[in-house]
Write a protein that binds this ligand. Structure first.
Ligand code: SF4
Length: 467
């Protein structure tokens, strides 16, 4: 019997087979680090008197706690300032390469690494951050790990892991012009639920996936964790190779040819069997948006807010009741009638150059609606910011009345100055709409950059077709 892509990468990194229920030991090619989940790992290493096993396979950036304005001034938030200075001190002491705030390669941990060509097909990549699944877009086996595991990888460059189950999600047919990668993944999570991927590594397959750019594939894999999956992967192909060629860390010359020859073997065999298969008809998809407080509570933008009284399952009914109350909505109201206060375009899900181009194309020649307090456009990395400025996208955003910021996690989560106030409602291109995610009492609707841009123009949740 053949093997799946995930099983191939696993087998190529096996240091020791566990057996008898014991975990396998896997070699880890690359570990990404940031200021939030690394301090305890460095401290553990320090206390044990150890040094990193392969320091050149660790790389750090600053993203969660960084301000996105006035980055040259001292950070006014003491906790954030301490987190960042601790990372800088630790990286210096242990010799870990760091891209700090202000560096041209600084950015969200899942955005700066692919741009540098550090993320490559067939790798094992870990980070103390759940959205590490993003890197699976290149055919890497990439997943988030806990703090003690971060320390283990630093000390040994290996990780003990129990094998995952495998799931194929086939997104069949062509995606309609008004649907995007974000709509694909929101539709998948709405279908399989936030626990639907638990215990699995998902492989996204099918024509609609093959047609996506690398930025779009990263959007899909990024949100695998929101379906509960350990990781998401897409087999590498010409789109992947074209993206990687010439990037600073991509192989060159003869090594490039050898790498591509290996990368071409990284695909699921025709006779491989997945533990679970889900089929999605891409031709039926359109813009999606969440109405509730988890990423699975999403619907097509043309739908109404669900009426909990019509939900048969008691657990789902009570979750919907609670979500609707928290979100300040009414059952049965059209999603398109929901007026928002703030628009956030950014994050490791949708802060890449393709996303900014998509938003700018819609905003160009318009101005933000009167009821919109603020529109934040936050590139996912400093390189994305530079590229956007080269293309004049910053001018489009500023003319629109948006704020053009420096790179960072920003309003994806309330860990830096970019927060919502209680009851403030946002449409956000990020990945989590949990209660309080964007600040205490904040209300978040997840959507694509296209929907966020159209909403910023009309003031109510809208798709570009409504303009
Ligand atoms: S942008 Fe949001 S989800 Fe992504 S790494 Fe930052 S905080 Fe996490």
């Amino acid at each position: 019997m053949g093997t799946t892509l995930a099983e191939k990468v696993w087998a190529d990194h096996l240091v020791r087979k566990g057996g008898d229920g014991a975990p396998d030991l896997l070699y880890i090619d690359l570990m990404l680090m940031h200021e939030v989940t690394s301090p305890q790992a460095f401290e553990g290493l320090r206390l044990a008197g150890r040094k990193p096993r392969h320091v050149d396979q660790l790389i750090a950036t600053e993203d969660h706690n960084t301000p996105t304005v006035d980055i040259d001034r001292p950070n006014p938030d003491k906790t954030s300032a301490l987190q960042l200075s601790t990372l800088e001190k630790n990286c210096k002491e242990f010799g870990v390469r760091l891209h700090p705030l202000g560096d041209a390669d600084q950015g969200i941990v899942h955005a700066f690494a692919p741009i540098l060509g550090l993320t490559q097909p067939g790798m094992t990549i870990v980070c103390g951050d759940s959205h590490t699944s993003t890197h699976g877009a290149f055919g890497a086996l990439a997943f988030g790990i806990g703090t003690s595991e971060v320390e283990h990888v630093m000390a040994t460059q290996t990780l003990s892991l129990k094998p995952f189950k495998t799931m194929a999600i086939n997104v069949n047919g062509k995606l309609p012009a008004d649907a995007t990668a974000k709509d694909i993944i929101l539709a998948i999570i709405a279908k399989i639920g936030t626990g639907g991927g638990q215990g699995y590594v998902i492989e996204y397959r099918g024509e609609a996936i093959r047609d996506l750019t690398m930025d779009e594939r990263m959007t899909v894999c990024n949100m695998s964790i929101e379906a509960g999956a350990r990781a998401g992967m897409i087999a590498p192909d010409e789109t992947t190779f074209e993206y990687l060629k010439g990037r600073p860390h991509a192989p060159e010359g003869e090594m490039w040819d050898k790498a591509v020859a290996y990368w071409k073997t990284l695909k699921t065999d025709d006779d491989a069997v997945f533990d679970k298969v889900v089929d999605i008809d891409a031709t039926k998809l359109g813009p999606y948006v969440t109405w509730g407080t988890n990423p699975g509570q999403g619907l097509p933008i043309t739908a109404d807010v669900p009426d909990p009284a019509k939900i048969a399952d008691a657990t789902e009914r009570s979750a919907a009741e609670r979500a609707i109350k928290y979100m300040g909505l009414k059952p049965g109201m059209p999603i398109k009638d929901i007026a928002v206060d703030t628009v956030f375009i950014g994050s490791c899900t949708n802060g890449r150059i393709d996303d900014l181009r998509q938003a700018a194309a819609i905003m160009k020649g318009h101005h933000k609606a009167k009821n919109i307090h603020r529109v934040l456009v936050v590139p996912a990395s400093s390189r994305v910011r530079l590229e956007a400025e080269k293309e004049g996208l910053d001018k489009v955003f500023k003319d629109f009345g948006a704020e053009w910021r420096n790179a960072g996690c920003s309003m994806c989560l309330g860990m830096n100055p970019d927060k919502l106030v209680p009851d403030e409602r946002s449409i956000s291109t990020s990945n989590r709409n949990f209660e309080g995610r964007q600040g205490k009492g904040s209300r978040t609707h997840l959507a694509s950059p296209a929907v966020a841009a159209a909403t910023a123009i009309r003031g109510t949740i809208s798709s570009p077709a409504d303009l």
